[in-house]
Design a binder for this molecule. Structure first.
Ligand code: SF4
Length: 375
């Protein structure tokens, strides 16, 4: 051993419990094994679990019927405890508050020792600032993305084209082109190791910023306060999905990443469009429903193909979902909870090769698994 590149062995046969496992073993200078089989699992959204923690999580999930993971709040102090979409809607009805107000009240209590709601707002503003910086950096950085796939950054070129033709009524360009631009810019930054907001994961980090930029540029009266309401509402949906299914491509495929981000963004936008809580829940449901079954198959193990474009498609889907829901009354056959439960069950049934392993789907068709990309 000694050289790092010889010390990592990629194994395309995942351990049965989870596709994203890293096993550490260590040897001393004499070659005696001093630690072995220390297993850690990357379960998405930046979370890493030890073997004991993963086992506890799996046990917890299996105790609960129909794919709904145990969803008790771990903080009894919050004023509005919920774990499902139905419970959240019930709270809105009981209190007369909308979704963002419920989340803001909870967060204010959780942060009461470090500034309360002022602290929460400061953080939300920072999130929005970082998203804007990411777009600015993405549209101004040209070149080939690292990793060996030779993927060209498209955002700068698209931005130049949009600026050039935005006043030409015959160009056929609309808000959709700008949404595509924003999503590409953020995901190209992510693919290049730039600073992004994990929302809710890095692979799906372009959707929420793209939809927020759409709201800023194409809806009236957008302020920092609007962005806060969007993010708090989107956060509520993210919590429900994470508690009852997963936001991890390694656990449930891309429906958990792009599907979750799309659902969150749809809810946030619906709030900005003046939707009722029932319409917001409907928006989140529509976006998630039409991402069900989406597999995770990043070519060469890089978050580039299909991930970058998939965020643009997901952002447009969010906007359409919010607009569709806003036109209705919030009554619908499939609830957000139904869609989340379906995602969990579909994810469990999904073959491991479609869960971030890069051995199925597009990764297989293009013939490039994780270890085959020439850097
Ligand atoms: S394909 Fe996989 S890696 Fe790419 S965005 Fe979807 S879940 Fe993430």
């Amino acid at each position: 051993m000694g050289r790092l590149d010889y010390s990592i062995a990629f194994n395309n046969e995942p351990v049965p419990e989870h596709p994203n496992c890293l096993i550490f073993s260590a040897w001393d200078e004499q070659g005696n094994e001093i630690a072995s089989n220390m297993e850690y699992f990357s379960v998405g959204g930046g979370f890493v679990l030890s073997r004991a923690e993963l086992n506890a999580k799996l046990e917890e999930t299996h105790e609960v019927p129909a794919g709904m993971a145990a969803a008790q709040s771990d903080d009894e102090r919050i004023p509005y405890d919920f774990s499902t979409g139905d419970q959240l809607l019930e709270l809105c009805k009981e209190t007369g508050k909308t979704i963002w107000e419920i989340i803001a009240a909870n967060e204010a209590v959780l942060h009461r020792e470090d500034g309360g709601i002022a602290r929460v707002n400061t953080h939300l503003d920072l999130v929005w600032d970082v998203m804007r910086e990411c777009v600015t950096d993405g549209i101004s950085t040209k070149g080939i993305l690292p990793g060996g796939l030779q993927v060209n950054r498209r955002a700068p070129q698209l931005y130049a084209l949009l600026l050039e033709q935005q006043d030409d009524p015959t160009s056929g360009f609309s808000a959709m082109e700008w949404v595509n631009l924003y999503a590409l810019a953020v995901n190209e930054q992510n693919a290049a190791g730039g600073r992004v907001v994990t929302a809710p994961t890095n692979g799906a980090c372009g959707i929420i910023p793209a939809v927020l930029h759409y709201a800023r540029d194409f809806l009236p009266d957008f302020t920092r306060e609007t962005a806060r309401r969007f993010l708090l509402t989107a956060g509520a949906v993210g919590m429900i999905i994470k508690q009852n299914a997963s936001i991890s491509g390694a656990e449930v495929g891309c429906q958990g990443e792009v599907g979750s981000a799309s659902s969150m963004a749809a809810a946030g936008l619906a709030e900005i469009l003046g939707a009722t809580p029932a319409q917001i829940e409907n928006a989140a449901e529509i976006a998630l429903e039409h991402n069900l079954g989406l597999t995770c198959d990043p070519v060469g193990g890089l978050v580039q193909i299909p991930c970058i474009e998939r965020n643009a498609i997901g952002a447009v889907k969010s906007i359409n979902s919010a607009r569709l829901a806003r036109m209705g009354e919030g009554t619908h056959h499939v609830t957000l909870d139904n869609a989340v439960q379906t995602m969990a069950e579909t994810g469990r049934d999904m073959h491991t090769k479609y869960k971030e392993t890069s051995i199925g789907g597009l990764a297989k068709t293009l013939g490039l698994s994780v270890s085959q990309v020439e850097c």
